[in-house]
Design a protein around this ligand. Structure first.
Ligand code: C2E
Ligand code: CA
Ligand code: CA
Length: 756
């Protein structure tokens, strides 16, 4: 596959893909980091669970120890025979000396004993009454008898004295000191702790100052919960409330997680821990999850920032690399795809881009046009390279300004251009306007010479052929115009295809034709009009095919000139003439000078002179018997070399004939420098001159001048008596033309003129 440069669209796609890749990476990172955060959260949850478990087990132990201590101390009242007031006091003060007890009393038969003696107290009595009514034997909560709005933890121990009397030891623990116990020290810093009774009374609390919950709200757990769920009319919140309540009252210890607007969206865990050894008391632990997670979030945030920095750095790196690639792409593009003369694009670019445009615009009808500037060489010589190059550049610039973006125009080489053009209805008009614009431009630049373009057009039918084939076909069409003066546009059509086939046929069969003698020498007599006698002949080639069909030189000579085969053919003609005439001479026939056409290709061959000498020597023919005809146009390029070759021939006494004089850009100067013996005036010049007086005058002067230079003149294409008379009058002595003889086979000529 041919590689091509990235188009703007493809570049966009590339940038888009890179952006997508970044996006995908970012999404993956996002989910990954979220995962990490989730894992951390789980671990924090586990940590909360662990510390709550610890609180629970410490609290359970505490109540168990309290209960056990009071009971064990009280037992002494059951072992003593005679309980004196002082003994009871001693036991009670022993209990009060325990680590947790605030006060202890013994109640028996409505008498209250304290550590300091018997007390008659209304309030204590009431307290005792309440206790008795409840018939409580387990630890429980009761309102403080000493302090208003305060509650105590009460440990009631029923006593059966040895004497048979019954009583109660009642130990009171000041619940406001509960969280002051050293065992909670560590827990307090991280949690908000509440010791709560059944009715929602708060016996003790420890709220860390960092823990952002208003103390007042905590006074009533129901209220607190309601506050937490202030916006919680939704069923989800209601369910949570229910869960907390159930866990509280049904001793179904469960952790509940809430996220409440009342907490500014903070996430809080509530654990309700129900105690085994004391009735209807629970410890409520609030844990600030957000605060715990804040550390993780800080870490996550940092990770994001690091990631962002990495993305920014790689993006910047990519940008630098991209910029660099872009600039080097531009440089490479310049080298590979830019034409130095026009600064437009070149053939390489056209090959790739045209194929791409055709493929991607299948519904658009396109043509490929190849055009060149007729007689560009003249423009170059007359106005110089710089200005000729300006015209070349204008060819590109004007096209670009007139045609759309998907239409292309590039210079292939010298004055050869290539376009990809949309084949719409005004293609012809637009082409004409293009040529007009180009002429307008060159005129403004002071170039008087009209610029004619010759277009060969190939109609693209989808990408049915390789682009090079299409370009070649456009060129075949263009070449068909080479010999036509008035036609400027040719389409690649069936006729052209046939012409091409013909060319291919000629190419394929030429060698064999030469070997089997299909090329025949025809001779056309030249006439001495003064003495009315044959004066010589011109050798003209004919190709007689196997089937007897004759092919004229116009059909194959240009082809042979292109492929170089003309050299072989010209030598073959020369040799055939020399051999046959040598024989005729030997046989005693009269021979006249025969001129043989020499292609311009031939004269450039470095072995040319040797080859000529070889032939002359081989057949031992008088040198001045053979004339070599060289067209004046073939002398145009490499003039110095031509003069040298011709001079050498002259030194060998070979007669030289300047053919077709007056058909091209004749220059009388040539005659001065070149050693010609004969000037052959073209039939076209001659047929025109017969009608125009001034032309006749010119012709007369040419003949006079040639005479003066010692050069013979012969006029070609004489077809009637009038022409003969006129030429005679102008001083011309010899003519060649159908009026005297058509070209005839060499043997016929020999019979007719040499053997008679
Ligand atoms: P050319 O050298 O100018 O040859 C003269 C052409 O004019 C010949 O055409 C000839 O048949 C034709 N002609 C002669 N008298 C008249 C006339 O009265 N009226 C008209 N209308 N035409 C006349 P032909 O033989 O077809 O040759 C065409 C050209 O082919 C020649 O032009 C010459 O350039 C080239 N050619 C022919 N044979 C050879 C050859 O052996 N070698 C080379 N290199 N070129 C050849
Ligand atoms: Ca000739
Ligand atoms: Ca001629």
């Amino acid at each position: 596959m041919k590689s091509r440069l990235i188009s703007a669209k493809e570049m966009k796609m590339l940038v888009f893909s890179v952006a997508m890749a970044y996006l995908i990476c970012a999404v993956i990172c996002f989910f990954h980091i979220r995962d990490v955060r989730g894992t951390f959260a789980e671990q924090i949850e586990e940590g909360i669970g662990d510390s709550v478990d610890q609180i629970e087990s410490l609290s359970q132990d505490f109540f168990y120890d309290l209960d056990t201590y009071v009971r064990e101390c009280s037992r002494e009242l059951e072992t003593e025979e005679n309980l004196s007031v002082s003994y009871i006091g001693a036991v009670l003060s022993g209990i009060e000396n325990g680590p947790h007890v605030e006060r202890a009393i013994y109640v028996r038969n409505d008498i209250i004993y304290t550590s300091s003696g018997i007390v008659i107290s209304e309030t204590l009595n009431r307290f005792w009454e309440d206790t008795k009514k409840g018939n409580l034997t387990r630890m429980h909560i009761a309102p403080s008898v000493i302090r208003d709005n305060a509650y105590n933890i009460v440990v009631p121990v029923p006593i059966k004295e040895k004497s048979g009397q019954t009583g109660y030891v009642v130990a009171v623990y000041d619940s406001t000191l509960f969280f002051d116990e050293p065992m909670f020290d560590r827990m307090k810093s991280e949690n908000a702790l509440f010791l709560v009774g059944k009715d929602g009374v708060i016996l003790d609390e420890s709220v860390n100052s960092d823990f952002d919950i208003d103390n007042n709200k905590m006074k009533d757990p129901d209220m607190l919960v309601r506050t937490l769920f202030l916006a919680g009319n939704n069923t989800e919140s209601k369910k949570s409330i229910q869960t907390i309540r159930n866990s509280f009252f049904n001793k179904n210890h469960r952790m509940v997680y809430i996220e409440s607007p009342a907490l500014d969206g903070d996430e809080v865990y509530i654990n309700t821990l129900v105690m085994n050894d004391i009735d209807e008391v629970a410890i409520v632990v609030f844990t600030d999850f957000s605060k715990r997670l804040a550390k993780t979030d800080f870490f996550v945030g940092k990770t994001w920032i690091v990631l962002l920095i990495i993305i920014v750095i790689t993006l910047a790196g990519n940008l630098v690399v991209w910029k660099y690639l872009q600039s080097s792409t531009v440089r490479i593009e310049r080298m590979a795809y830019v034409d130095d003369v026009t600064k437009g694009k070149n053939l390489n670019f056209f090959r790739q881009e045209a194929a791409h445009i055709i493929m991607t615009n299948q519904e658009v009808p396109f043509v490929i046009q190849r055009f060149d500037i007729a007689n560009f060489r003249y423009l170059n010589e007359a106005y110089g390279h710089m200005r000729a190059d300006e015209v070349l550049k204008a060819c590109i610039d004007i096209y670009t300004s007139m045609y759309s973006e998907k239409e292309l125009c590039v210079r292939m080489s010298s004055d050869q251009f290539l376009t990809l053009t949309v084949n719409d209805i005004d293609i012809k008009d637009k082409r004409e306007r293009y040529v007009e614009a180009l002429n307008h431009y060159s005129h403004e630049k002071g170039i008087k010479y009209p610029i004619n373009l010759k277009f060969g057009v190939y109609q693209v039918r989808k990408m049915d052929h390789d682009i090079d084939i299409m370009i070649d076909r456009a060129n075949v069409a263009r070449k068909s115009l080479l010999h036509s003066k008035n036609e400027h546009v040719a389409y690649y059509t069936d006729a052209i295809i046939q012409d091409m086939r013909k060319v291919e046929n000629i190419e394929a069969s030429k060698q064999k034709a030469l070997e089997t003698g299909e090329f025949k020498v025809y001779l056309q007599a030249k006439w001495d009009i003064i003495n009315d006698h044959v004066a010589g002949a011109e050798a003209l080639v004919r190709w007689i095919k196997e089937d007897g069909n004759m092919v004229f030189p116009d059909e194959f000579i240009p082809i042979f000139e292109e492929n170089g085969f003309i050299e072989q053919l010209d030598f073959y003609m020369l040799e055939s003439v020399c051999r046959r005439m040598a024989e005729v001479k030997k046989e005693g026939g009269t021979i006249y000078p025969v001129s043989v056409n020499q292609s311009r290709v031939l004269l450039h061959n470095p072995d040319y002179l040797d080859k000529i000498r070889e032939i002359f020597t081989k057949y031992d023919i008088p040198r001045d018997f053979v004339e070599l005809e060289v067209t004046e146009t073939s002398l145009a390029d490499n003039k110095e070399h031509m003069v040298e070759v011709l001079k050498e021939l002259k030194d060998e006494h070979v007669r030289l004939d300047m053919d077709d004089f007056g058909s091209g850009y004749s220059s009388l100067n040539l005659l001065k420098d070149m050693p010609f013996d004969v000037l052959k005036i073209d039939r076209e010049f001659f047929s025109e001159s017969i009608t125009s007086e001034s032309s006749t005058l010119i012709l007369r002067k040419i003949i006079e001048m040639a005479d003066g230079l010692g050069i013979e003149v012969i006029c070609e294409g004489v077809e009637n008596q009038d022409q003969v008379d006129l030429l005679k009058d102008l001083g011309c002595k010899r003519v060649q033309g159908y009026f005297y003889s058509r070209p005839i086979p060499m043997e016929d000529y020999i019979k007719k003129y040499c053997m008679s």
